[in-house]
Write a protein that binds this ligand. Structure first.
Ligand code: ZN
Length: 179
């Protein structure tokens, strides 16, 4: 199923947000189970996710948590490679599209390929933001803002805890390991 409506939502909900508006932790979002409203190709129970993920990864990916700025392992990395979903192993972002936003979170101007992530409105904390989720497993990644560099003008502000880096020559896929 192609969630094309999400693309419409993305266009309608991109709001200007400065670097101060990072993916702030959101208690409200923790009450929203991503799997209760959308169906994703990869389905796991929360008990299974807890076994597969570290406590920090679980908090960010499955409870829409947010790591503190400048504390994640990838906010300043520049090595060539790809960034996979830390939950399911799908390639979501490429180093080619990573840029230094100064925000303290890994920032990408583009996704690795169309359909790799989906977005939805997030009105928590009195802010209108656009949440970014893995399209394969529904895990929370971060938020997207419209103050990124051209040509996309987008800034995908992603938690390091939500992604795993593989250098360009690596062929191992976490997907294969946990399927
Ligand atoms: Zn995923």
């Amino acid at each position: 199923m192609k969630p094309t409506f999400i693309l419409i939502a993305l266009g309608a909900t991109l709001f200007a947000a400065g670097c101060s508006a990072g993916p702030t932790n959101s208690p409200a979002a923790m009450n929203n189970s991503t799997n209760s409203t959308m169906k994703f190709p990869l389905q796991r129970t929360e008990a299974e996710w807890r076994k597969l993920l570290t406590p920090e990864q679980y908090h960010v990916l499955r409870e829409a948590g947010t790591e503190r700025a400048f504390t994640g392992k990838y906010w300043n990395t520049k090595e060539p490679g790809v960034y996979r979903c830390a939950a399911c192993g799908e390639i979501l972002f490429k180093s080619d599209n990573k840029f230094d936003s100064g925000c303290g979170w890994p920032s990408f101007s583009e996704i690795a390929a169309q359909g790799k992530v989906i977005t939805r409105e997030d009105d928590s904390l009195g802010m209108k933001r656009t949440e970014v989720l893995c399209a394969n497993c529904g895990s929370h990644l971060g938020h997207v803002f419209d103050d990124g560099p051209e040509p996309t003008g987008l800034r995908y502000c992603i938690n390091s805890a939500s992604i795993d880096f593989s250098d360009t020559n690596a062929t191992a896929s976490k997907t294969a390991e946990i399927k």
